[in-house]
Design a protein around this ligand. Structure first.
Ligand code: PHE
Length: 500
């Protein structure tokens, strides 16, 4: 309401007057808040109702020295007054009479103004000095009165005044090209508050034109999902729609046993070297492992079993005990299958999407940590045909239905297949994942029934995300170089619809 009063006062005043010379004075005369008057002028000016010029005034305060002279007179005046009307006075006498500061400044300023002649003896060169101009100016500043530029400059260089904050307002406030004695308000947001306001102001809201191009309220800043999380959600949805359960992956630290040994990755395998895997310093070893199962795994590694010939080497428990940052989520799959083998057998479909770590040279497509998507199906009598069928179903839901498989090798799967998908735009086959059927000696040493087969596959989360979001350098996706604004503004890319 105060704003409207200010608006009415300004537009009303200009109806009968040519200009408002000073918004500050106008505010005082009309008993309005000057800040409010300024806001209204700015807004009316924006709509062309009025024109105005910005008025800026420096505000000054007296320094301590300035205050002293305003009360006691300027040093030059005091100095002059101390010199007798007739005859002269010695410098030493003056020094004794006057405050040291006053003497120091006065002895420079008074001769400069040609009031006195200086020597060993000081005498007046003018009979009288009518007024102490410096003192007068200081008093004017003190009262908030305005001074000319020259005077301000001289007081400033003598450090008698100091500028505090500037005062701003408007001068030359006149009618603008769109002037009207009352502002026309066009309805914008039809909020409760606005409707009440329009009613109060008598603004018609029905049978009127609306501005549908008005910008809405800016979106509140809130949390944003990282592209990896957006893509992860879609993978999760696909797994869930296909009836898969999520495995608990909340242990980045794993023992070599579950990460490697249970998967029949021999202890001399290069992947088990510290060049490829991050081993933990503390705690460096695992606390417990299921002993009878460990014994069976050791047997198979050393001399075979369950149809396997084994690797024929001396299996060391110390190697299996070493803690590491898991190098694949298949470590979780091995724990889950072992847990499943404990109870009466039930078929299962499991998936996981979580972080894994590899001691790799970092470049534009590799980081030392990334996310793996992993799926497995565990049931009696599954075949390679089931694996191919499930992969076909899974990847066509991702928008990749042209698949090809290439025989490969994994220590824990036999047969193993690399998965390739045809990229229509690039017109070439891209490797998109790895898969296989877990070895019988792995499943049977866990205690799963002989006819139970497990088909499984894995892929990285980063790769499809980078393709979807057209990110070429992985460091722009993950890590300290990630640009938060880009993350916030990143749209939802729909797998299978947006894939380029
Ligand atoms: N663990 C494999 C990898 O790290 C992926 C995979 C999972 C392969 C399951 C076969 C079966 O790439």
């Amino acid at each position: 309401a105060r704003r409207e009063m200010a608006e009415e006062a300004i537009l009303g005043f200009l109806k009968n007057n040519d200009e408002i010379p000073d918004s500050g004075e106008f505010a005082v005369e009309h008993d309005l808040d000057h800040e409010q008057v300024k806001n209204v002028i700015k807004s009316l000016q924006g709509f062309g109702y009025i024109e105005a010029k910005v008025l800026r005034r420096e505000l000054w305060d007296l320094t301590d020295e300035g205050k002293k002279y305003a009360a006691e007179g300027s040093p030059e005046f005091q100095f002059f007054s101390a010199v007798p009307e007739e005859g002269s006075i010695s410098i030493d006498d003056l020094k004794r009479m006057l405050d040291p500061c006053v003497f120091h400044v006065g002895s420079k300023q008074a001769p400069k103004k040609n009031w006195v002649a200086m020597g060993n003896q000081v005498s007046r060169t003018v009979q009288h000095v009518e007024e102490d101009k410096v003192k007068e100016m200081l008093l004017q500043i003190h009262q908030g009165l305005e001074l000319d530029k020259e005077s301000l400059k001289s007081l400033k260089t003598r450090k008698l005044i100091i500028s505090t904050k500037a005062w701003t307002g408007y001068s030359d406030v006149k009618k603008g090209p769109n002037y009207a004695p009352k502002r026309k308000i066009l309805p914008t947001d039809l909020t409760r508050e606005n409707l009440l306001k329009y009613a109060r102001l008598g603004v018609a809201i029905l049978n009127t034109e609306y501005n549908f191009n008005a910008k809405g309220q800016p979106l509140l800043d809130s949390g944003h999902l990282h592209p990896l999380l957006k893509v992860r959600k879609q993978f999760k949805d696909i797994f869930c729609q296909m009836g898969f359960e999520e495995m608990p992956t909340n242990n980045f630290v794993e023992s070599s046993f579950w990460n490697f040994d249970a998967l029949f990755q021999p202890q001399q395998h290069p992947a088990r070297d510290s060049h490829d895997t991050f081993f933990l310093k503390a705690p460096s070893t695992t606390r417990e492992l299921p002993e009878d199962y460990v014994e069976r795994v050791k047997q198979v590694h050393e001399s075979g079993g369950y149809g396997s010939r084994g690797y024929n080497y001396e299996w060391k428990r110390e190697e299996a005990n070493k803690n590491l940052l898991r190098t694949h989520t298949t470590a979780v799959s091995s724990r889950m299958l072992y847990a499943l083998a404990k109870g009466p057998f039930t078929p299962k479909k499991y998936f996981s999407i979580d972080r894994v770590f590899r001691n790799e040279a970092v470049d534009r497509t590799h980081l030392a940590e990334f996310h793996q998507v992993e799926g497995l199906v565990c049931d009696r009598g599954l075949t390679l045909g089931d694996l191919i069928g499930v992969l076909q179903e899974f990847f066509s839901r991702l928008g990749m239905s042209k698949l090809r498989f290439k025989p490969a090798y994994n220590p824990y799967t036999e047969p193993s297949m690399e998965i390739f998908s045809y990229h229509e735009k690039h017109e070439k086959w891209l490797e998109i994942g790895n898969s296989g059927m877990f070895r019988p000696e792995m499943l049977q040493s866990m205690g799963l029934p002989d006819d139970v087969r497990v088909i499984a596959w894995g892929l990285s989360l980063e790769r499809p995300t980078m393709i979807l979001y057209k990110i070429e350098n992985i460091r722009e996706l993950f890590g300290h170089k990630v640009n938060l604004t880009t993350i916030k503004q990143s749209r939802i890319c729909r797998i299978g619809i947006d894939s380029p």
